[in-house]
Ligand binder design. Sequence first.
Ligand SMILES: Nc1ncnc2c1ncn2[C@@H]1O[C@H](COP(=O)(O)OP(=O)(O)O)[C@@H](O)[C@H]1O
Ligand SMILES: [Mg+2]
Length: 291
Amino acid sequence: MTTANTAAADVDVPEIGATSDAGSRPLDDDFRTVGNVRVGDPRMTCSDVNVYYGDKHAIKHVDLDIAENEVIAMIGPSGCGKSTFLRCLNRMNDTIEICRVTGEIKLDDQDIYDKRLDVVPLRAQVGMVFQKPNPFPKSIYDNIAYGPRIHGLATGRADLDEVVERSLTKAGLWEEVKDRLDQPGTGLSGGQQQRLCIARTIAVEPEVILMDEPCSALDPIATAKVEELIDELRENYTIAIVTHSMQQAARVSQRTAYFHLGHLVEVGETTQIFTNPSHKLTEDYITGRFG
Ligand SMILES: Nc1ncnc2c1ncn2[C@@H]1O[C@H](COP(=O)(O)OP(=O)(O)O)[C@@H](O)[C@H]1O
Ligand SMILES: [Mg+2]
């Protein structure tokens, strides 16, 4: 009798309530996040985050940690909420009148949605680089010096000179611009402008850098340079990058989060997500069946 039962189990006869591989695999309409949303060394911790634009529920019950010194990529079809979620991380959504955010987001132990919190220093701690490079209509030097000046991080000329050189060096731009620091930042090539914007973000000593499709306006060579830079910056910063390029996500990130219709569908090691996704929706997206 025992033997017969074992044999039956071996041929995988489904029982009521049993979980087989096929049975445990989430279906298309099952949006519970697959994978570990929590990490051992979180820099940011998001719990039950929801975002609404008026009546539209754009981000739905997202839990996610962002680990120290990691690059986490956010991918998913256009309109799935990648930018909206990224903007939650430094309260950039506050600037959109109809936008409402609920849930909890912490930077270390600080609740960043605490009403008493000043968003100006928050946005220096959690800096942002946008899709289209947006240097200020100022000199290369002043693009970098502006932030440290207003945040009181550097005051005298010598201090500022040092911050400017250090930030441009870290952004891989110093050698290209050191002889023309007084020229307008807008005169640089697209790729240089984006690295200038990254240098400007670094200049105010952020802990986390958010990037929303930072290479989508760049040619392949400029893109490669920015990707190389992202990899170097990981040593000192935590980076969350939204990208529509799966190749880019695979090249630059250690963890990947897949969003779909406002849900965080799956999160995991980047290699696992791209070689062995657990959720059918992730698989459909990365194999090009959707998106
Ligand atoms: N400022 C806004 N006002 C109203 N709806 C918005 C706004 N920004 C985004 N949305 C909506 O929220 C959803 C998510 O958008 P978004 O975060 O931009 O997606 P993604 O970056 O993944 O393309 C979309 O349905 C979009 O139309
Ligand atoms: Mg977007």
